[in-house]
Design a protein. Structure first.
Length: 162
């Protein structure tokens, strides 16, 4: 979904990765959990930290900082897991994403969101819906369905069953 398709005021959950602020559409967020024990799964991508037990369901936990080329998320008092619904092919899966801290829920109007600047042809920014402006800062609005390729999601969900 491009920024041109954002035509109404939407609520976004904002969170921090290192010093950058990111946002997810609250409609995609299932819940926010305190950091808990994550069970490592062998032979999964580096950004996959493992799985957690969420009321009897196995939920993969990924480190968005690693996925975005940052340093690994360190566990602090503010570290949390954002459980989001991610579209994969014709189904929806639950995925936990580590965040350094959750900020707040903000409403942003279409006029507060700009298109992602084109940064050459080699860099894929399709996973960013737009650049929101809030309190004088830019907020990168993620399209969680496009952050991971189908192959990456398949390898992450395959790790649940091994």
């Amino acid at each position: 979904m491009s920024v041109a398709q954002i035509t109404e005021t939407t609520q976004y959950l904002t969170f921090k990765l290192e010093e950058e602020i990111f946002a997810l559409d609250v409609a995609k967020v299932r819940e926010i959990l305190e950091y808990t024990t994550v069970t490592k799964v062998p032979r999964t991508p580096d950004f996959m930290r493992g799985v957690i037990n969420l009321r009897g369901s196995v939920v993969p936990v990924i480190d968005l900082r690693l996925k975005f080329g940052m340093t690994e998320t360190e566990q602090t008092i503010n570290t949390c897991i954002i459980v989001a619904e991610v579209g994969m092919d014709d189904e929806t899966i639950l995925l936990g994403a580590l965040a350094d801290s959750v900020q707040e829920v903000n409403e942003m109007e279409p006029g507060q969101i700009e298109a992602v600047p084109r940064i050459g042809t080699q860099l894929n920014t399709d996973f960013i819906r737009g650049m929101g402006k809030h309190d004088g800062c830019f907020v990168m609005i993620l399209d969680i369905d496009r952050v991971f390729s189908s192959d990456e999601l398949a390898s992450v969900t395959a790790g649940e069953t091994e």
